[in-house]
Design a protein around this ligand. Structure first.
Ligand code: ASP
Length: 336
C-alpha cells in the first residue's frame, strides 16, 4: 500500500467565513480523514498530515514559506511514498515551481492542490481536487512536482493560475496537462528532464523587482524602481521581448543595470511565449551580456528560478547560464 504524507499550508480549501472575510479555521484534518475513509482503500495509518503553523492565505507566501514546505517534505521522506501539498490557489504556481528546483533529488512524487471554494460547501471543488491529487499520488505515474486542479494534472513548473473563479483554475500554456482525470485517466508524455541540482541551499528572500512595461510608461518611473540597486531585475516585456525603445532613457536603463553586474531577465507578457531577445529592433537594447531571456518559462517559473539561483549564491554569468538551462523541466532547451 502506498503511504501518503499531506502538508497542509492554508488556502481557501480550509477557510471559514469571518468578519474579516475568509480565513483559515476549518477542521481540515477531520474532513480529510473522513474523505479518505469513505472514498479510498487507504487506512488512517497510511496517511500522515502536517499542518504548518501558521496556516496562511497563499498571498502571504514568501521564499521562507516554500522552504518550510520543503523541510516538511524531507522530514517525512522516509515514511511516505508520495506527497500531497494543500495550498492556496493564488500563489500555488509559484510554490510548485519553487519546489521543483529544490526537490530534483527527492525521488518521490509531490502533488499540490487546493480549491476555489472552502471544503464542506456543497458547491466546493475541494473533494474533487483532493481525491484527484491522491489518485495521482497512488497512480505510480506522477513524477517530480506536479499540480492537480480541475480534473487536470500539470507539471508544477509549467503551470499558471488562469482564473480566479473557474474550477479549471490552472493551465500550462506551453505544454498542456500531463494527465486528465476520468475513467480511466489519460496520460500525455511530457519529458520533465532537467539537469537537477545537488544539495540546494535553502530559499531566502532576494530583492528582485518585476517591471511590467505599459504603453506610455516613462523611463524615469522605471529608474526609480531600480534605486537602490536590486540583486536582479525581471522585465515583463511585450511579445518575444520588446520594450518601448523610442522612449528616451529606456535603453540606457538596461545598459546601466548590466554595467553594474545586475542580471536582467526578459520575460513576456504573453502567457504562452518563447522569448527571443533582440529579434526585433524594439528589443535590440537588451541583446547584451548580462541579459537573458526566459525562453518558454512561465512568469512564475522564471521568478522563482531567480530566487532559487540567488539563494545558491551564484554570480551574474552563472545566473544567466542557469536561467537558460533546464533544472527541472521548466523550459524547453534549444527551443520548441
Ligand atoms: N487567497 C486564497 C489563497 O491563495 C485563494 C485560494 O486558495 O483559492 O490562499
Amino acid at each position: 500500500m502506498t503511504r501518503i504524507h499531506v502538508t497542509y499550508t492554508g488556502g481557501t480549501i480550509g477557510m471559514v467565513e469571518s468578519a474579516a472575510g475568509l480565513v483559515p479555521g476549518a477542521d481540515l484534518s477531520g474532513w480529510l480523514y473522513r474523505l479518505l475513509e469513505d472514498e479510498s482503500d487507504l487506512r488512517p495509518g497510511d496517511v500522515t498530515l502536517t499542518e504548518l503553523d501558521p496556516l496562511i492565505d497563499s498571498s502571504n507566501a514568501t521564499p521562507e514559506s516554500w522552504q518550510a514546505i520543503i523541510d516538511d517534505l524531507w522530514s517525512h521522506h522516509h515514511s511516505a511514498d508520495a506527497f500531497v501539498v494543500l495550498h492556496g490557489t493564488d500563489t500555488m504556481a509559484f510554490t510548485a515551481a519553487a519546489l521543483s528546483y529544490a526537490l530534483t533529488d527527492f525521488g518521490k512524487p509531490v502533488i499540490l492542490t487546493g480549491s476555489q471554494h472552502p471544503l464542506g460547501n456543497i458547491v466546493s471543488d475541494a473533494t474533487a481536487n483532493v481525491t484527484g491529487a491522491i489518485n495521482a499520488a497512488l497512480s505510480g505515474k506522477a513524477r517530480g512536482v506536479t499540480l492537480f486542479f480541475g480534473h487536470h494534472l500539470f507539471v508544477g513548473n509549467r503551470v499558471t493560475k488562469r482564473s480566479s473563479w473557474a474550477f479549471e483554475g490552472f493551465e500550462a500554456p506551453s505544454t498542456g496537462p500531463v494527465a486528465q482525470s476520468g475513467t480511466p485517466w489519460h496520460w500525455a508524455h511530457i519529458d520533465m528532464g532537467g539537469r537537477g541540482w545537488d544539495t540546494p541551499r535553502p530559499y531566502g528572500r532576494h530583492d528582485v523587482p518585476v517591471i511590467t512595461f505599459v504603453p506610455g510608461v516613462r523611463a524615469q518611473r522605471l529608474v526609480c524602481m531600480v534605486d537602490p540597486r536590486p540583486e536582479a531585475v525581471v522585465l515583463r516585456t511585450y511579445g518575444v521581448g520588446n520594450i518601448p525603445s523610442d522612449e528616451p532613457g529606456m535603453s540606457s536603463l538596461i545598459a546601466d543595470l548590466t554595467d553594474c553586474g545586475i542580471p536582467v531577465v526578459v520575460t513576456s507578457q504573453c502567457p504562452q511565449a518563447e522569448v527571443m531577445v533582440g529579434r526585433y529592433g524594439a528589443g535590440a537594447a537588451m541583446d547584451r551580456k548580462g541579459v537573458c531571456g526566459s525562453d518558454d518559462m512561465t512568469f512564475e517559473a522564471t521568478y522563482t528560478k531567480l530566487m532559487f539561483l540567488l539563494s545558491q549564491g551564484l554570480e551574474t554569468p552563472d545566473v544567466c547560464r542557469w536561467m537558460t538551462s533546464s533544472i527541472a523541466g521548466e523550459l524547453t532547451e534549444g527551443g520548441r
